[in-house]
Design a protein around this ligand. Structure first.
Ligand code: 5GP
Length: 192
């Protein structure tokens, strides 16, 4: 998505450890117009597949997921990372190692909000090693639901997650694909 790539070039900051900081429009301050366009793009990429629900993980997956849900007119469920007093039993859960925090998190979804007749689209903000996505896929498997595919805002294609997802025959659509973050510079896959 051209507008997203341009925004990354303009406002993205490369941190050490192959981390891209996009707090200006995605992970802290958010740009609703750009986010709306992302929702349109995901809805287009996954149209006519009979998708009934979007699954993401809090917190940064929620904004692109809700914009996609808005376009597709389907509910959005986000996996929680923290224990909730109001959400205690009948949970699906999976263990996810956080790329940015370097800690192990338990992510959970209430069994009430996904069921065997759902077909889900997984959406997240970043794809690095694939831990977050595979945690969500694990939850989808536990619930016995069909997976339509995975939509990612920013894929770091030089890290293993993308290949691991595609190797399983899962449709992966990423709005920006980064080839490298070498020397503090963002290079996209379609750049020479
Ligand atoms: P993975 O689970 O694929 O290893 O990493 C994806 C998760 O880690 C995303 O949900 C995102 O929150 C975070 N993440 C991974 N790489 C980056 C990055 O370069 N920048 C930011 N802001 N978050 C990242």
């Amino acid at each position: 998505m051209k507008a997203l790539e341009e925004r990354i070039k303009q406002d993205g900051v490369v941190l050490s450890g192959d981390v891209l900081k996009v707090d200006q429009f995605l992970n802290h301050q958010m740009d609703p117009d750009l986010m709306f366009e992302m929702g349109q793009e995901f809805a287009h990429l996954f149209q006519n597949q009979g998708i009934t629900k979007i699954l993401t993980v809090e917190s940064s997956g929620i904004a692109p997921a809700i914009m996609t849900g808005l376009q597709m007119h389907i509910p959005v469920v986000f996996a929680r990372k923290h224990k909730s007093l109001t959400l205690t039993d009948n949970l699906y859960s999976s263990s996810v190692f956080s790329f940015t925090k370097q800690t192990e998190n338990q992510i959970t979804v209430s069994q009430k909000y996904i069921s065997t007749d759902d077909k889900v689209l997984i959406i997240d903000d970043f794809l690095a090693n694939g831990q977050a996505v595979f945690g969500l896929i694990d939850i989808a498997k536990q619930a016995g639901i069909e997976l339509a595919g995975v939509g990612i805002v920013i894929e770091k294609s030089f890290q293993p997650g993308a290949d691991k997802i595609k190797a399983q025959g899962i449709q992966l659509e990423s709005l920006a694909r980064i080839k490298s973050l070498t020397d503090g510079k963002v290079t996209f896959m379609d750049e020479h």
